[in-house]
Design a protein around this ligand. Sequence first.
Ligand SMILES: C[S@@+](CC[C@H](N)C(=O)[O-])C[C@H]1O[C@@H](n2cnc3c(N)ncnc32)[C@H](O)[C@@H]1O
Length: 255
Amino acid sequence: MYQIVSFIKFFFRSIKLHGVHSPFVFQLETKCFKDKTNYPEYKQLETYNNILSENKKTITVTDFGQGSRIFKNNTRKIADIAKHAGISKKRQRLLFRMANYLQFKNTLELGTSLGKATVALAINKQNKVRTVEGCQNTAAVAKSTLKEIGCPDVTILNDSFEKVLDEPLIFKPDCIYIDGNHNKEDTLKYFHKLLPQVHNDTVLIFDDIYWSKDMTKAWKEIADHPKVTVSIDTFYWGLIFFRKEQEKQSFTIWV
Ligand SMILES: C[S@@+](CC[C@H](N)C(=O)[O-])C[C@H]1O[C@@H](n2cnc3c(N)ncnc32)[C@H](O)[C@@H]1O
């Protein structure tokens, strides 16, 4: 119910605020978000999704984050996980376009699951992707499927987000995609741990900012942070930029 009410409010906000754009956000919206090109890589993403949805094997999943609102037990068919968990086809394509348009070279993903977002980030081969997944069995399926599709260079760290973020990253990330453990306290912790490691053009993507009232509060606190200049609420994702050349502004865009 919270998500439905939030979406209605979001929808009217996005209509009302449309057109109030900075050149950077305007270009991002027109050349990336709304880019209608039928990229050949979309076929590879589809193949990846099909490999998973045709996989009838079951695995035992160790739940690290907030648990599932769909599954009642931890022995799950891979095809079912692929159907119910993880990124949609529309946002998988959008993530691919963002990696291309913003020319990510180094990306950190928190929350691999079966790698449906990972593949979108890694498929153009310019982007070195490190992704973190706590569940060993899930990580193993992602690893073998990424290899099968031709992305064997993705680094899957089979560990908790907390442990990985305890150490400074060994690279300056251009993109950090935070898609796991959707609760306010931990999301804010991850943000504050990552903050000293970003550069001027890093983008942070927070998934499921309307998952709960608390996640929306976390999103608002992050968008208000003095180091953040541009924030874009796309309903499913909250995007954060630190571009110093830009005045602080918030946008609401339905993608
Ligand atoms: C929503 S899924 C990720 C979906 C994936 N990004 C995609 O689009 O297909 C979240 C994943 O994060 C993992 N996860 C959640 N909290 C974690 C934590 N604290 N440490 C490690 N892994 C965690 C879960 O095991 C789960 O597989």
